[in-house]
Write a protein that binds this ligand. Structure first.
Ligand code: UDP
Length: 326
């Protein structure tokens, strides 16, 4: 099969490309290389079935050629990460809304199936955990930058749903704090990378607030399994799935696990979010998926436990230490 991955050099894109190449597919990868890391695709860049294009989803002409050529599109390219989102809301809107419009409308034009990667951020700060795909969403005010990400991803979902009603084959997946090797070492603000980098450097591990806020960290291998199943199962078409681990942990627990696994001398400290993000930040106190739909239709269940996943992730961070210590 010929498969296009937008955002191929990002953390999830690179893992997905590797998996699809192993399965014998021809992979076309698009990435603007801004956040996408060249090292991420280094291991398979010269693979005979891998074709890389350094371009943006905002460049319609290049995108059209690729979508026309491929049988299936995984649309992963997006502005992600709290640190990147706060302060640059216009960029987020442009990539996540205009870019997704380009992908969805061209896929519709050429009748190509799209798997759209959305986010658990869709549910915002709703207190009704665990979140089911059709649950209500609760977002904060537009004066808080954070919510632009959820809003733009929701518009992306609406676009896919709208085109689906006119015949576009598609599925939507919502990820829950995916992590693993190749996670951005710097610049994303993601807690997992921040804590690992801090622990490896024996610097303070910065827990925001009391650390009682929770997340369900999902190892990338599990994420990819869910993603691929969405594309191959007919029953997944037109559906939205939570793809996440059901094990909920607090951020303070995460800090302790990372400290233990790295054998770090770091002190765990509590800070205010403004120290990292300035204003425009609001936290989510609990985030937990209901995965019964993915279990039933995709036979999806996250299998890699947090300690094992963190060990594998830390191993990768250690090997890429130069930039981790920068
Ligand atoms: N967080 C933290 N210390 C940091 C960075 C983040 O305690 O140095 C917390 C953050 O407040 C949030 C959680 O970790 O409660 C997850 O943050 P992240 O930005 O990774 O992703 P989110 O799940 O909020 O989208």
């Amino acid at each position: 099969m010929r498969i296009l991955i937008t955002g191929v050099a990002g953390f999830i894109g690179a893992h997905l490309a590797e998996k699809l190449l192993k399965e014998g597919n021809e992979v076309y990868g698009l990435d603007i290389m801004l956040r996408g890391n060249k090292n991420n695709i280094g291991e398979f860049e010269s693979h005979k079935n891998f074709n890389f294009f350094e371009s943006s989803i905002l460049e319609e002409a290049a995108l059209e050629i690729l979508i026309k050529k491929c049988d299936l599109v995984y649309h992963l390219a997006a502005a992600v990460g709290v640190e990147n989102i706060i302060g640059d809301i216009l960029k987020v809107i442009s990539i996540n809304v205009d870019g997704t419009k380009n992908v969805a409308s061209l896929a519709f034009k050429y009748k190509k199936k799209v798997i759209f990667t959305s986010t658990s951020e869709i549910y915002g700060k709703s207190p009704n955990v665990p979140f089911k795909e059709d649950d209500d969403r609760l977002l904060g005010p537009t004066s808080v930058d954070r919510w632009v990400y959820s809003s733009t991803k929701a518009l992306g979902e609406y676009m896919l749903i709208g085109y689906h009603r006119q015949g576009l084959p598609m599925s939507i997946v919502r990820f829950f704090n995916a992590y693993g090797p190749k996670l951005d070492i710097e610049g994303s603000g993601r807690v997992m990378s921040r804590f690992i980098v801090q622990a490896l450097a024996n610097k303070q591990i910065t827990v925001i607030g009391d650390g009682k806020q929770t997340r369900c960290f999902t190892y990338v291998e599990d994420v990819i399994k869910g993603l691929v199943k969405c594309a191959v199962l007919k029953e997944a078409e037109g559906q939205i799935f939570n793809i996440g681990d059901s094990k909920e942990i607090t951020i303070l627990e995460l800090a302790k696990i990372i400290k233990k696994v790295t054998g770090s001398k770091s002190e765990i400290v509590h800070i205010q979010p403004e120290e990292i993000y300035g204003s425009g930040y609001e936290d989510i106190s609990r985030r937990l998926p209901d995965v019964s739909k993915a279990e039933k239709i995709l036979d999806f269940k996250a299998k890699i436990g947090i300690e094992e996943g963190i060990e594998k992730t830390i191993e990768w961070f250690r090997k890429n230490k130069e930039s981790a210590n920068a």
